[in-house]
Design a protein around this ligand. Structure first.
Ligand SMILES: CC(C)(COP(=O)(O)OP(=O)(O)OC[C@H]1O[C@@H](n2cnc3c(N)ncnc32)[C@H](O)[C@@H]1OP(=O)(O)O)[C@@H](O)C(=O)NCCC(=O)NCCS
Length: 216
């Protein structure tokens, strides 16, 4: 079991398990609830998502604005990620990886929580959608769902997000669900496509700031 210091709770032993402070680790979950909003479902990746994963990993906008995206060479590579890599990341508490899907099961993108900082109860959220699922308010639902998972299931105290300063779409999506801009980090990350450095804006969201619907 992962141990962590907990400066925020008086009397909490410095090496208490994360659960002692109310935070649940991805590896501790027996079942992951299926969360849905309108026509967007957040669920764990399944082998049938491989084709969408290949397309997403090759999409130029995903590769421009996300770091360390390695294009899958074929369906087998995406299937191995789904069957081996994603479960291992969950098991090692390194990432909670999800597929965003339509109610009929069709995968349209991906969302994840990464970089868990248990001492603060914080994780970082990211999202991508296939081009055909963009510009439909799907991203707002997808980002809200992964944040709800972080707050309601893992009981996180804050979710952070970093976006390229020139990636307006994700900044608008983040602001629409309640993320507040908290800082600017010059040359923070390298594009997977062009390898140029992007300046980044940093935003954060606390549980009581999450806007539960597009109307607030
Ligand atoms: C980020 C992403 C998930 C957003 O999804 P999307 O469906 O494209 O988002 P939308 O089209 O709903 O755009 C969201 C809002 O931003 C606005 N927007 C988009 N591009 C914009 C721009 N260049 N300038 C200003 N506003 C912009 C849209 O008008 C929309 O506002 P509205 O809802 O009021 O109409 C999607 O673009 C994507 O997958 N991008 C590649 C991966 C990525 O960048 N991930 C984020 C990594 S941090």
């Amino acid at each position: 079991m992962q141990q962590h210091p907990c400066p925020s709770l008086p009397g909490c032993p410095e090496t208490a398990p994360a659960e002692a402070c109310g935070i649940r680790l991805p590896s501790s979950l027996d079942d992951v609830p299926l969360l849905a909003e309108r026509d967007v479902v957040l669920r764990r990746p399944q082998l049938r998502d491989a084709e969408a994963l290949v397309a997403g990993s090759r999409d130029p906008v995903v590769r421009e604005f996300m770091q360390a995206v390695v294009p899958h060479v074929d369906l087998g590579s995406a299937e191995r990620w789904i069957s081996d890599v994603a479960p291992r990341l969950w098991q090692e508490d390194r990432a909670a990886c999800f597929t965003l899907a339509r109610p009929d099961g069709t995968a349209i993108g991906s969302a994840e929580l990464v970089d868990f900082r248990l001492d603060e109860g914080v994780a970082e959220a990211s999202i991508w959608l296939l081009p055909e699922a963009r510009r439909m308010r799907t991203a707002t639902a997808g980002l809200r769902l992964v944040c709800r998972f972080g707050f309601e299931v893992l009981r996180l105290r804050r979710i952070d997000a970093y976006a390229a300063a020139d990636n307006m779409a994700v900044q608008v999506v983040g602001a629409a669900i309640g993320f507040r801009r908290a800082g600017y980090r010059p040359a923070l990350f390298r594009s997977s496509r062009t390898h140029r450095l992007h300046d980044a804006v940093y935003a954060s969201l606390a549980p009581d700031e999450l806007l539960r619907s597009d109307n607030g």
